[in-house]
Ligand binder design. Structure first.
Ligand code: SAH
Ligand code: SF4
Length: 359
């Protein structure tokens, strides 16, 4: 692995310190930052507004990319594209681009693999390989921002629902989101950024105190501790009562509506008794909430099946009747295995052979 830092790993303050060590005025830092995040430049030669010597130093001291696209999949309708990237140390992460009316949403990864071990998740089966650096999180966005720009388009939303548990890589995730949200950085509004978590209670409380307007999505999947723990091993440490209390703090401090994600698994967590319990929790804690029902994307190594339409609709209807808005997420991109961790998981099943080229 290269010793030189990745350019996207530096905050604006880091750049200010660096230009100073180069004997350059402070405003050069902002110029570099603008080159990276406004102009989306990816090579030191493009920084034509910098003195030649500084440009050369940039080239010598940093690398401009850690992500090598090795595999691309398109959904049949062309609305979803997924890329598997290799990192310099050989680990892999994936990023998904979804197109929906005017939205261009990127689903990005925060870790290679994941330590949380949810039984139905392909990423969970990999275990945690490593945390991504802030720059490696940011570069996934820049990769697609550059691609979209070629057709006059841009990234409108980001969801942290790719591989990994963002709150288990807290510092790097916060730094990456800081760059993406920065008014002089990538300039994507906090309300257009959604962080999805399996429910790490202390970190949700910490996030609530960051003073940011990020959307919070909590992967719930069950409304009683026994069932939840069976699906999400880490839930043993965070009983639902504590989780809902943390969500309440998030809601009270940010005034942002919370999304609860619910992967619908046939005859496991799709019964009305679960819907009833969920309504009770949401009411008890006075949350403004929205529920996202997602039919399970079948994964090798887990026998569960997606809920049939009738059960999905009955569950959704119950929530709606009790005043809780809910969406049944269309299974977009399912034909390209756009489910969490599935492309990288596939690589393991192929015996770890390197995958080159696209499709
Ligand atoms: N670690 C975070 C974010 C990444 S997972 C989290 O768990 O929230 C993003 C979402 O995909 C989560 O809601 C997760 O439960 C869901 N998911 C994982 N595997 C899935 C599968 N096989 N089918 C449907 N949803 C799945
Ligand atoms: Fe990790 Fe999220 Fe997958 Fe659970 S669902 S294993 S937390 S990536």
């Amino acid at each position: 692995m290269t010793e030189r830092p990745l350019v996207y790993d530096l905050t604006l303050e880091d750049w200010e310190r660096w230009v100073e060590t180069q004997g350059e005025p402070r405003y050069r830092a902002l110029q570099i930052w603008e080159g990276l995040y406004r102009h989306l430049w990816s090579h030191p030669e493009q920084f034509s507004h910098l003195p030649k010597a500084l440009r050369r130093r940039l080239d010598e001291a940093f690398v401009f990319s850690h992500l090598t696209p090795v595999k691309v999949r398109h959904s049949r309708d062309g609305e979803t594209e997924k890329t598997l990237f290799h990192l310099p140390d050989g680990s892999a992460v994936e990023t998904v681009r979804m197109r929906y009316v005017r939205r261009r949403t990127l689903c990005i990864s925060t870790q290679a693999g994941c330590a949380m071990g949810c039984v139905f998740c392909a990423t969970g089966k990999l275990g945690l390989l490593r945390n991504l650096s802030p720059g490696e999180i940011v570069e996934q966005v820049l990769y697609y921002a550059r691609r979209l720009r070629e057709t006059g388009d841009r990234v409108t939303n980001i969801v942290l629902m790719g591989m990994g548990e963002p709150l288990h890589n807290y510092e790097a995730t916060m730094q990456a989101l800081g760059i993406l949200n920065h008014p002089q950085g990538f300039r994507l509004g906090a309300r257009r950024i959604t962080l999805s978590t399996v429910g790490l209670v202390p970190r949700i409380r910490q996030l609530a105190r960051e003073g940011k307007q990020y959307n919070l999505a909590v992967s719930l999947h069950a409304a009683d501790d026994d069932l939840r723990t069976a699906l999400i091993p880490v839930a043993r440490r965070y009983p639902l009562r504590e989780l809902f209390a943390a969500c309440q703090e998030y809601f009270q401090r940010t005034k942002r509506r919370i999304t609860f994600e619910w992967t619908m698994i046939r005859d496991v967590n799709d019964g009305l008794e679960q819907a009833e319990k969920l309504v009770r929790w949401i009411k008890e804690f006075g949350l403004l909430a929205h529920v996202n029902l997602i039919p399970l994307n079948p994964v090798p190594g887990y026998a569960g099946q997606p809920s049939p339409r009738t059960r999905l609709e009955a569950f959704a209807a119950y929530l709606e009747e009790h005043g809780i808005p809910c969406t049944v997420r269309v299974r977009r991109g399912i034909d390209i295995q756009a489910g969490c961790g599935q492309l990288a998981g596939e690589r393991l099943q192929e015996g770890g052979r390197p995958l080159v080229g696209t499709g």
